[in-house]
Design a protein around this ligand. Structure first.
Ligand SMILES: [Zn+2]
Length: 155
């Protein structure tokens, strides 16, 4: 058995799904309504265990895997502050050229901005900083809608 704790986070963000290797018409056909720029309120769950006590026992000095406040500070800084009210686009999306001079908050990423690609990106952003404070990232769960989510686990 392994003991874990989980922090929950929320933010609003826009994106569209676009594969830069395909034509406009192919993208419309593949992604349907998600070809258009639209928004979601993302719900994000970050689950961690202790690197110091992999057997699941508590830290003897304070009984915590990590202080929830410390976990929330890190995730807010690395993920929420770089996502909330941003527009996420695939690197090379042709609409980027039209938006560059508008001082908009835009993130670009390799591949399509799907829920599963984003959760992979977030894992890469969080894993090392969490290790530095003694936590092993165990699971990320990203809800794009109330009923659709992607997960990534430490197997
Ligand atoms: Zn969407």
């Amino acid at each position: 058995m392994k003991k874990t704790i989980c922090g929950e986070f929320k933010w609003d963000c826009a994106h569209r799904l676009y594969n830069v290797e395909k034509t406009k018409e192919e993208n419309k056909k593949i992604f349907g309504k998600c070809y258009n720029i639209h928004g979601h309120t993302y719900h994000f769950f970050v689950t961690v265990s202790s690197l110091h006590f992999p057997d699941g026992s508590d830290r003897v000095d304070d009984g915590m895997i990590i202080n929830f406040t410390e976990l929330k500070d890190i995730v807010n800084k690395i993920i929420v502050d770089t996502q909330d009210h941003y527009l996420n686009l695939s690197f090379g999306d042709p609409i980027l050229k039209q938006l560059l001079n508008w001082d908009l908050k835009i993130n670009t990423m390799d591949g399509e901005t799907t829920c599963e690609n984003q959760v992979g990106l977030f894992w890469g952003m969080l894993e090392e900083p969490l290790k530095q404070i003694g936590c092993q990232l165990e699971k990320l769960k990203l809800y794009e809608t109330e009923t659709s989510f992607a997960t990534l686990k430490n197997d």
